[in-house]
Every structure is written in structure tokens, then in C-alpha cells.
Design a protein around this ligand. Structure first.
Ligand code: AMP
Length: 192
């Protein structure tokens, strides 16, 4: 099963994606995690992406499509995979279609997590406070100013993917304002 997970930053997408991927025994492919790993490892790719990510902008479509194209060649992706944070633009969705078509595969379902923008900013501020209280480092793009920028980028560039995939009859919208367990249960119903 190939699942795409759409949702604004801070909507709880990562948490839910992990649960669903584990439940279905498929890998969770997060382009954000992959890019952060590249930065942490000091690779050329990481060096190229760090400033862009810190500013809350999007890395180029070709770079992320290349990363995903390579990753899904790995044997663990054979039974399926869950895409978390990719595609993020219509261009990326078209590149993904092409990559999958070449392998005779296709997307099964697109989950859209729907959450109110202001609630997201409130959640962000509590997440920052909790992370600091645990003595952990806050992500460098997790501050209100960059977060609002990422939200704007989502609304401008990623939200158009909802009508793009709706036309293909693939979208299931999930109310992301409920509790974590309720959201997981709603996603399970949508996926099954
Ligand atoms: P995330 O962890 O998904 O919130 O991603 C963090 C940052 O990584 C984003 O703000 C972008 O700068 C970059 N990024 C992650 N995925 C993509 C993508 N599919 N396309 C472009 N940039 C991305």
C-alpha cells in the first residue's frame, strides 16, 4: 500500500504517520527527516539545504524527488510505504507519478489532516516550551516567525495537492483537531 500523508506543519502528521506505518508494516519516508540527517552528517546535500530549511522555504523539487526516487528502490519499500512531507508541490506530485508509473505502481490513498492555523501556532508554542522544559534542543525552524512562514508555504504550495488528488478520487480528509488516539482511529477507518 502506498499512502501519502498531507497536512500543515505541526498538525501531528509525523506522530500519526509513524503509528500508521508501524501498524501496516511499511516504512515511513519523511523527506524532512532525511534532509535533517543530511545536515547532521555534514553532506554536500545537507550544506545545500540548511539555509533554505532554516528560512522555512522549500528545497528544490528535483532534489527531494531524487531522494524519494532512490529511497523507494530499497527492498523494504516493496510492500508499500508511507510518504510524510512529500510531495509538497504539484510539480513534486507529477514527478512522483512519473517515478511510480515507471515501476508500475500507484498511490492508493492520500490522507489529509485538517487543522486550524491558529491552533497550530498554539500547539507550536506549547511544543517549544515542553522541549525546553525537557532540556532538549528546539528544532532550528521551530520558532513562531519561521513557523508562520512554513504555514504560508503550505497553504500556497502544498494545499493545491488536495484538489490535484481529489480529481483522482484518492483523498480522505481527517479532522486533526481531535485527540491523538481519535485521529489514529479515524485514519485507520480511512485506510482500511
Ligand atoms: P518537515 O520535517 O516535513 O516539516 O520539513 C522540514 C523542512 O524540510 C521544510 O520546511 C523544507 O524546508 C524541507 N522539506 C521537507 N520535505 C520537503 C519537500 N518535499 N519539498 C521541499 N522541501 C522539503
Amino acid at each position: 500500500m502506498i499512502i501519502i500523508f498531507l497536512g500543515p506543519p505541526g498538525a501531528g502528521k509525523g506522530t500519526q504517520a509513524k503509528r500508521i506505518a508501524e501498524k501496516h508494516g511499511i516504512p515511513q519516508l519523511s523527506t524532512g527527516d532525511m534532509l535533517r540527517a543530511a545536515i547532521a552528517n555534514g553532506t554536500e546535500l545537507g550544506k545545500k539545504c540548511k539555509a533554505i530549511m532554516d528560512a522555512g522555504d522549500l528545497v528544490s523539487d528535483d532534489i527531494v524527488a531524487g531522494i524519494i526516487g532512490d529511497r523507494i528502490e530499497e527492498p523494504d519499500c516493496k510492500p508499500g510505504f508511507l510518504l510524510d512531507g512529500f510531495p509538497r508541490t504539484v510539480k513534486q506530485a507529477e514527478l512522483l507519478d512519473q517515478i511510480l508509473k515507471n515501476k508500475d505502481r500507484k498511490v492508493d490513498v492520500v490522507l489529509e489532516l485538517v487543522v486550524d492555523d491558529e491552533a497550530l501556532v498554539e500547539r507550536l508554542n506549547s511544543r517549544i516550551a515542553e522541549t525546553k522544559a525537557r532540556g532538549e534542543e528546539v528544532r532550528s525552524d521551530d520558532n513562531e516567525e519561521t513557523f508562520r512562514k512554513r504555514l504560508g508555504v503550505y497553504n500556497d504550495q502544498t494545499a493545491p495537492l488536495v484538489p490535484f488528488y481529489k480529481e483522482q478520487g484518492l483523498v480522505k480528509s481527517i479532522d486533526g483537531m481531535k485527540s491523538i488516539d481519535e485521529v489514529t482511529a479515524a485514519i485507520e477507518v480511512a485506510v482500511s
